[in-house]
Write a protein that binds this ligand. Structure first.
Ligand SMILES: [Zn+2]
Length: 174
C-alpha cells in the first residue's frame, strides 16, 4: 500500500467530472487500498479519487470513532437515489482545502446506489455524519467542492490564499 499525494485546490482535476469505473480488476483493488491508507494517514474521514489525481468515480470513507475499530466504506460509481431530512448546517473540512472549514447545509439522510470493489451492486441508506461525508465525497466526483457552498467573495479569497501558499512552497519542492 502506498500513501498518495493529495491535490490541493485550485487544481483542474478537482473540478472535472469523474468517469465511471468499468473494469473491476486488481489495479482497482490496489487503488482503493492506497486511497484508504492515504485517508487514514491524512487523517481524514473521506477521500475521493480525484483528490489523488484520478478522475474516476471512486470514494472511500470511515466515520467511525477513532477509538473504535476501523469501519471503511468503499463506493464505486455511487449514485444518490434519494435524500431526505431537514437541511442541517455543519462546519466541513476538506483534505484538498487544508485549514479551512466551511458551513455546508445538507440533508443528512441519503440512499446511495453503488458498486463494491468486485463490481457487486449495493444500495445503502446513510444517516448523520456518514450521509454528510458520502455526499461531500460524491460532490468531489462531480467536480464540486465545499467552497461552492459559500459566497463568491469568500471562495475567491480562499483560492487566492491557497494559490499564494503554493507559489511560496514551490522553491522548496523544486
Ligand atoms: Zn473534500
Amino acid at each position: 500500500m502506498t500513501i498518495r499525494p493529495i491535490l490541493i485546490a485550485p487544481h483542474p482535476t478537482l473540478r472535472k467530472k469523474a468517469t465511471k469505473v468499468a473494469t473491476f480488476d486488481t489495479e482497482l483493488q490496489v487503488l482503493v487500498e492506497d486511497m484508504l491508507e492515504t485517508m487514514y494517514d491524512a487523517p481524514g474521514i473521506g477521500l475521493a479519487a480525484p483528490q489523488i489525481g484520478i478522475s474516476q468515480q471512486i470514494l472511500v470513507m470511515d466515520c467511525s470513532d477513532q477509538a473504535e475499530a476501523q469501519n471503511p466504506v468503499i463506493m464505486i460509481n455511487p449514485h444518490v437515489r434519494e435524500k431526505s431530512g431537514e437541511l442541517e448546517p455543519y462546519d466541513e473540512g476538506c483534505l484538498s482545502l487544508p485549514e479551512y472549514e466551511i458551513t455546508v447545509e445538507r440533508q443528512c439522510r441519503a440512499t446511495i446506489d453503488y458498486q463494491d470493489v468486485q463490481g457487486h451492486a449495493h444500495s445503502t441508506t446513510f444517516e448523520g455524519l456518514e450521509a454528510r461525508c458520502a455526499l461531500h465525497e460524491i460532490d468531489h466526483l462531480n467536480g464540486v467542492m465545499i467552497i461552492d457552498y459559500t459566497s463568491q467573495l469568500s471562495r475567491s479569497r480562499i483560492l487566492r490564499e491557497l494559490r499564494k501558499k503554493k507559489t511560496q512552497e514551490k522553491p522548496n519542492n523544486a
